[in-house]
Design a binder for this molecule. Structure first.
Ligand SMILES: [Zn+2]
Length: 254
């Protein structure tokens, strides 16, 4: 084991670089960053560059993202925060959320900490490519955000992938990975297959380990092991657990 020496002023210790042996008190250096910060980027209407400014929306690096987790991890909160960040920078977003009765119209994405924002609704038969294309025709958006993405059909995920590839707009999907039976949702399965980038939104089980599973509790408080994947408006409660406690709660059936 390499002795690191004793430094009373830890914040002055040089770590790495040439100072591998022990600690040296060093003079802080002022590092000159190259001028590539946003202030140097072309601004619309600022007359910095000749000709029309490049649109700040349709990026050639557009990707399909899948942010997944179990229940109550804060996915909608993250979505709304990300949308807020775009808006703070003066960019528009297009928000979509699921509705099971297939109405077209305006819904709302809400979060447990009180944030909420209007969103268009997609039903099981909606053509999401067409919806995104129509939205882009009304004005540029920097990002499409899809909540409740576990309810997407397989073909709807392909529609989102086409929007990324052909309309060159980033699409961020937020959804559950598995249902209360421990099985992938169809939308999530297709997103796991097609997404360019996947990010796990983490939450914890009562034991402190990462929760990756969810149980659906019936009226008697016991975990249900069968039933429809889609059950809206029931009186059951969902609890997120680690796999070990999911197995215990469901009787280790497999
Ligand atoms: Zn646990």
């Amino acid at each position: 084991m390499t002795a690191k020496g004793s430094c009373a002023e830890g914040r002055d210790a040089e770590v790495g670089g040439s100072g591998r042996q022990g600690c040296r008190v060093i003079t802080p250096k002022v590092i000159a960053f190259p001028s590539v910060l946003p202030t140097d980027l072309p601004r619309r209407g600022a007359g910095v560059l000749p000709g029309p400014a490049a649109p700040a929306t349709h990026t050639p690096m557009a990707k399909l993202y899948f942010h997944y987790s179990t229940m109550n991890a804060g996915k909608s909160t993250l979505l709304l925060q990300a949308a807020h960040n775009y808006h703070e920078m003066g960019m528009e977003t297009y928000l979509l959320t699921a509705d099971f009765d297939d109405r077209a119209g305006v819904g709302q994405i809400g979060s447990r900490i009180g944030l909420a924002r209007e969103a268009d609704i997609y039903g099981p038969s909606a053509d999401l490519f067409a919806m995104i294309e129509a939205r882009l025709a009304r004005g540029a958006v920097a990002c499409v955000m899809v909540d409740e993405a576990q309810w997407l059909s397989k073909s709807q995920v392909w529609q989102l992938a086409r929007a990324v590839d052909d309309l060159r707009v980033p699409v961020m999907c937020y959804g559950l990975r598995v249902d209360f039976r421990g099985e992938l949702f169809p939308g999530s399965a297709t997103l796991l297959a097609l997404a360019d980038e996947m990010r796990e939104v983490r939450t914890i089980c009562h034991c402190g380990k990462k929760a990756t599973m969810v149980i659906r509790k019936g009226p008697d408080g016991k975990a249900l092991v069968d039933g429809d994947q889609v059950q809206v408006g029931g009186n059951e409660t969902y609890v997120s657990l680690c796999r070990k406690h999911f197995r215990e709660a469901t009787g280790d059936r497999t």
